[in-house]
Design a protein around this ligand. Structure first.
Ligand code: FAD
Length: 388
């Protein structure tokens, strides 16, 4: 047996699992399709893909040894969050101070999370990182997984972890079911610069087509934008002149941060809501987007993935055979409730806010006003989202 674990996918969740287990005595290989990422240069432009990390995710990255490396590059703590209904008067404001917390979370570029985790792994002899090494397939033979790479190379392991994202080959080759809802939407993402400073606040306006979110970046006037739009509208935005797109975005946010003076790193990503009813198979466990993809409206995707990472790391750390069916059953049982609840909550929000029915507008507004007026309810919602 070459390894106890082979992790396919060197995204945020795959690398976090490897880093958490790097000193456990398990031998681990991480396979990543893409070449090794370029190192960080101070002042480089902000990347389009960022995540709002909950305090629970920040703690997990600290445990993995990567948090210092993230802060040393760049991250933005956000202290408040303002959510409002674009078709009515409902508005809710969450403040870290009210929660007795220093921050509601951190906005970090995905690439920076990966680079900090790679720094940790570079120091660990138990973990082998293979870049430009796509998994071609796998078979289970004599109680071990034989993972096939290009050039007829085969790696043997006790447990294969599928951290290979929404189009997971690990999942499809294992024949695991994938329940998918394609809402026909794309997330228009980009880095926007506004005339007013963001004040360490995450801004989110709900509109019938989908929410528009501005996530604060380390530069006081720069935010990462995620705007959920029908796919054709998002694609059309990519073809607009920058000046007219800036005006459209500023109007979309009700001019809360003044005018938008520039938008860079523009892109459009298909959005979906999907999950694997079973996240385990014989000698295989799925984590992160390979197991579930949630709508980004509440920024829960990778936070949910990091919760998979924490539970799987605990389940395999001291197991004599990390791929044993009892270990995997325990992992699947512990994650099922949380994953399903989060998926359903995101779909519920999407339907409630994405509905143009005049009957639902007063319901949304009074719901938001209730939340705003009931501090215990507001705290409860915020603590759930923060994972504390
Ligand atoms: C527009 C948008 C905004 C978002 N905002 C947030 C947010 O604010 N907060 C939040 O928590 N989440 C957010 N998310 C979700 C978050 O980005 C994902 O949940 C997260 O990136 C998933 O990480 P992962 O490691 O599971 O998968 P991925 O990031 O998809 O990584 C999978 C890796 O596997 C590799 N791979 C694939 N196939 C193979 C193979 N055969 N062999 C080897 N390697 C392979 C890929 O190259 C990739 O590096 C957002 C998503 C979108 C689309």
């Amino acid at each position: 047996m070459d390894y106890e674990l082979v992790i396919v996918g060197g995204g945020m969740t795959g690398l976090a699992l490897a880093a958490l287990l790097a000193d456990s005595g398990l031998r681990i290989a991480v396979l990543e399709n893409r070449p090794s990422p370029q190192s960080f240069r101070a002042g480089e432009p902000f990347a389009a893909r960022v995540s709002a990390l909950s305090p629970a995710s920040c703690r997990l990255l600290q445990q993995a040894g990567a948090w210092e490396g993230i802060l040393a590059r760049r991250a933005c703590a956000y202290e408040s969050m303002v959510v409002w209904d674009g078709t009515g008067a409902g508005e809710v404001r969450f403040d870290a101070a009210e929660m007795g917390e220093p921050a509601l979370g951190y906005i970090v570029e995905n690439r920076i999370v990966q680079l900090a985790l790679l720094d940790v792994l570079a120091q660990k002899t138990a973990v082998e990182l293979l870049f430009s090494a796509p998994m071609q397939g796998f078979v289970i033979r004599n109680g071990q997984v034989c993972v096939e790479l290009e050039g007829n190379r085969v790696l043997g392991c006790q447990l294969l972890v599928g951290a290979d994202g929404a189009d997971s080959q690990a999942r499809s080759r294992a024949g695991l079911d994938w329940k998918q809802d394609d809402p026909g939407q794309k997330g228009l993402v980009g880095t926007v610069v506004t005339t007013e400073p963001h004040r360490q606040t995450a801004w989110q306006r709900f509109m019938p087509d989908g929410p528009l979110a501005f996530l604060p970046l380390p530069d006081a006037h720069a935010c990462s934008m995620v705007w959920t739009l029908p796919s054709d509208v998002a694609d059309a935005c990519l073809g607009r002149s920058r000046a007219s797109l800036c005006d459209l975005i500023a109007a979309g946010l009700d001019q809360r941060l003044g005018a938008v003076v520039s938008v860079d790193a523009l892109g459009a990503f298909p959005l979906q809501s999907a999950y694997a009813p079973s996240c385990v198979a014989e000698r295989l466990a799925l984590i992160g987007d390979a197991a579930h993809v949630v709508h980004p409206l509440a920024g829960q995707g990778v936070n949910l993935g990091f919760r998979d990472v924490a539970v799987l790391a605990d389940a395999v750390r001291h197991a004599p055979d990390p791929g044993a069916s009892g270990v995997l059953r325990r992992y699947a049982r512990s994650r099922k409730g949380d994953n399903l609840l989060t998926l359903q909550a995101m779909d519920g929000f999407r339907l409630l806010f994405g509905n143009r029915s005049p009957l639902l507008t007063p319901l949304r507004n009074s719901g938001m006003q209730w939340v705003e007026r009931l501090p215990w309810l507001k705290q409860r919602l915020a603590r759930q989202a923060m994972g504390v």
